[in-house]
Design a protein around this ligand. Structure first.
Ligand code: FAD
Length: 390
């Protein structure tokens, strides 16, 4: 996408033309369209396009002859763009009501095509975790960071009935991994356990880890509003992830730091502090490690990355280093950040991580004369404590 904004300010009355594909109703969605709006409406228009699954190809500043009055929006844009906010809306929070949910239901799922499926693990890792991407371009399935989709695996269950859907956190931003829209990616761990001397493979996770590019998959959703990222570019975001719980965090971090994402989102140029605390059993099980190292190198002031590698590192008592041990170790800094109303905490991964984190937060709060069992509901009510475990 090309972005040319010149030196516009919110009050100079300059007009911007957004070149967009896949936006509007009926035949409009098929054609490339040009929507011209004043700067005060640009951000809202871009949010509307993103939420409706449109792909912005370019944003061009129109030249305004010296001394000319601010122009009214063109008729076409005025029809699509929401009315301008009364004052230039800097970071109006995205309303939860605007977030797409259940666009596709189990009775009539979207049929996505697999475009990629590769292992995220390095040599010597435990288990199997894959990154799987689906093409969505033929329909209207769109989503925002922090949501999940449902997958209905092929085949039938023990009773001969079609399998039920399983939920997976979305690992890509709303623009997809190629940053052009029209795709969604997942981070899936194959469930495997031993029972009565034989190895049982999870139905859907095995279906997904084995799937080949070109295969068609039934997809539902999107669902979920628990893990939405605040639109505030100055927010602080603490992320506690174990294993595939990294999926939504990967989407947030791409939105914050990936150069192609930043170019695509002039309305979201993250300037706050993002702190990822990640738990895995072994170093080869670290997920998306190269990307995170790149963000560290490029944004050392904004990104912090702490690992708990349970089978390789020791906690202060000589036991395995789990994510809750890292929370205890950094309790002071975590609580100082939480005292700032701009701070949000996200937790995602296996359900088993919750009691440990809770215990660590209780001890950390007590050290600051705070009561975690009182504080946590307050944070939750303020929409600053976000948990998705499974
Ligand atoms: P199934 O065939 O459904 O088997 C699961 C069942 O096996 C369990 O219900 C239990 O009865 C049994 N079982 C499991 N372990 C054992 C054991 N050790 N011993 C005995 N029995 C056992 N997964 C991801 O990989 N990545 C994600 O990003 C992700 N996001 C999720 C987001 C949400 C909101 C939710 C709710 C879940 C998410 N999951 C994610 C989990 C996912 O939905 C599936 O539950 C998981 O993939 C297993 O499904 P399956 O069909 O492979 O297993």
């Amino acid at each position: 996408m090309r972005v040319s904004t010149g030196k516009a300010t919110q009050s100079d009355g300059r007009m911007f033309t957004v070149v967009v594909e896949g936006f509007g109703v009926g035949l409009q969605r098929r054609a490339e369209r040009r929507l011209t709006v004043p700067f005060s409406q640009l951000q809202r228009l871009m949010q509307t396009i993103a939420l409706q699954g449109g792909r912005i190809r370019a944003i061009n500043a129109e030249e305004v002859p010296a001394g000319s009055e601010p122009q009214a929006p063109s008729t076409e844009a005025a029809a699509d763009a929401p009315a301008a906010p009364p004052t230039p809306a800097r970071k109006a929070p995205v309303s939860h009501a605007d977030v797409p949910v259940n666009l596709y239901k189990p009775k009539d799922p979207f049929i996505g095509t697999v475009t990629g499926n590769y292992s995220l693990l390095a040599e010597g890792a435990i288990g199997r975790v894959n990154h799987i991407t689906f093409d969505l371009s033929e329909g209207n399935l769109h989503y925002v960071e922090g949501q999940s989709i449902g997958i209905i695996p092929d085949g039938t269950d023990a009773n001969g009935k079609p399998h039920k859907l399983r939920l997976y956190s979305i690992a890509s931003t709303r623009h997809g991994d190629n940053c052009e829209g029209g795709t969604v990616s997942l981070c899936v761990r194959q469930l495997q356990y031993e029972k009565d001397g034989s190895t049982i493979n999870g139905v859907c996770s095995t279906f997904l880890c084995d799937i080949e590019p070109g295969a068609k998959v039934k997809i539902t959703g999107p669902v979920g509003k628990e893990m939405l990222l605040p639109p505030d570019e100055d927010a602080n975001v603490i992320m506690l992830a174990t294993g595939t719980g990294i999926a939504p965090m990967r989407a947030y971090l791409r939105r914050m730091f990936e150069p192609s994402e930043r170019a695509k989102n002039p309305e979201y140029q993250f300037r706050g502090k993002a702190w990822l605390i990640m738990g895995v059993p072994k170093t080869p099980n670290l997920l998306y490690e190269d990307d995170f190292q790149r963000y560290l190198a490029e944004y050392p002031e904004n990104f912090r990355y702490t690992k708990a590698i349970s089978r390789e590192q020791q906690n202060p008592s000589g036991g395995r280093m789990y994510i809750q041990d890292r929370v205890t170790e950094h309790a002071d800094e975590i609580f100082s950040l939480i005292e700032d109303p701009k701070t949000h905490v996200y937790m995602c991964g296996l359900r088993g991580m919750e009691p440990g984190i809770d215990e660590a937060m209780t001890a950390a709060a007590a050290a600051k004369d705070l009561n975690w069992s009182e504080l946590r509901p307050q944070l939750k009510k303020a929409d600053r404590w976000h948990v998705e475990t499974y």
